[in-house]
Ligand binder design. Structure first.
Ligand code: GYE
Length: 345
């Protein structure tokens, strides 16, 4: 197999480097600090039979993201046969591109990454293709030709947005106010990310069927609690009557609830403002149970094992699908209790 052959070659090169260094009187057990390439030769030389995966993560903006990183790190371990290189891009696409380029130059076997935004990946993925490295997209999608990546593993974000609107339809119908005026604001995630684009499009496709549903505003809270709170506070000052907040992740929801309560209003099942959230992390499910969040549309961050299954298939030379969609639920006060205990993120 391509990767294995290469690693064997590197093992030989690494030995040669070691011999050369010791010949020059340089300690052979310590690789030079600022020379990544040499560093990596040492790494691969020691781990010639491991599958090398370069992972570029977007950042650590949310509880979901931390769980997602953890799912990759706990899956691609040496015990499982992998050598994992990771990079946290701290919310900058250029950092992700830099990390991917470094994985290409290190000739890893697989590049796994969650594209921060959908656009802007053509050049770097062309480079990966040219180098013959398999690229697996995880979580968010990239707006590129399908030939530039092997597969994508993640959630159907548009469907998540639709589920949010379907729940609202059902809730309003049950209260017999489906055709009354409903004032809605949307706290959006990172602009141009698939999660923001999909959840907005899915929700709005259904909302547009109702002339009485008014989307007063949509603004980004960057998927963070601090920004979610700031934006919510501003919207509360701007709009005297908000009936529904659609918050595209739980972290922003936490901030929004704080802002609403500080303004002397209540949220949730018997509250002044209906809260629709996404992700379903444990802290949010507890608020669903308390009735302070009405509904939480699950987004499953445990994608490491799915990605690993794909890699195992590729290693066996099997065909893989172009997309794998993970399973997700919808949580309300009625069903949430059974799931809280097992939620480890
Ligand atoms: O909802 C949010 C995170 O792309 C699905 O990114 C992911 C989103 C998730 O930061 O919490």
């Amino acid at each position: 197999m391509r990767g294995k052959v290469w690693k064997d070659t590197v093992a030989v090169v690494a030995v040669i480097v070691l011999v050369a260094l010791s010949g020059c009187g340089v300690s052979s057990s310590v690789a030079p600090e600022d020379n990544n390439e040499t560093d990596d030769l040492y790494i691969y030389g020691e781990n010639g039979d491991l599958i090398v995966v370069g992972f570029s993560q977007i950042g650590s903006e949310s509880v979901w993201r931390t769980a997602n990183t953890e799912s990759v790190e706990s899956t691609f371990t040496k015990e499982n046969g992998y050598f994992l290189l990771t990079d946290n891009a701290r919310q900058r696409q250029e950092n992700q591109i830099k990390a991917i380029r470094s994985y290409i130059s290190q000739r890893v076997d697989y590049i796994v990454f969650s594209p921060m935004t959908e656009d802007g990946w053509n050049t770097v993925l062309e480079e990966a293709k040219e180098a013959g490295i398999e690229v697996i997209l995880m979580d968010r999608r990239a707006n590129v030709d399908e030939s530039l990546y092997t597969t994508w593993v993640g959630s159907d974000m548009k469907r998540e947005g639709e589920k949010a609107a379907e729940w609202l339809e059902k809730d309003l119908r049950a209260k017999d106010i489906l055709y009354d005026t409903v004032n809605i604001v949307i706290l959006q995630g990172t602009p141009g990310s698939s999660s923001e684009l999909g959840r907005t499009a899915g929700f709005e496709a259904i909302a547009s069927k109702y002339k009485n549903w008014h989307i007063l505003d949509r603004e980004t809270g960057d998927f963070t609690t601090a920004k979610g709170k700031e934006v919510m506070r501003k919207m509360l000052r701007q709009y005297p009557q908000i009936d529904v907040v659609v918050s595209q992740n739980d972290d922003m929801t936490f901030g929004a609830i704080e802002a609403i309560e500080e303004a002397g209003l209540t949220t949730g099942v018997n509250g002044d403002i209906t809260i629709i959230s996404f992700d379903a992390v444990r802290g949010a499910l507890e608020l669903v149970e308390e009735g302070r969040i009405n509904v939480d549309i699950e987004c499953n961050p445990n994608q490491g094992t799915y990605v690993e299954e794909v890699i195992q298939k590729l290693e066996r030379g099997e065909q893989v699908e172009k997309a794998y969609v993970v399973e997700e639920k919808v949580f309300t006060k009625e069903n949430v209790s059974a799931y809280i205990e097992d939620r480890n993120y």
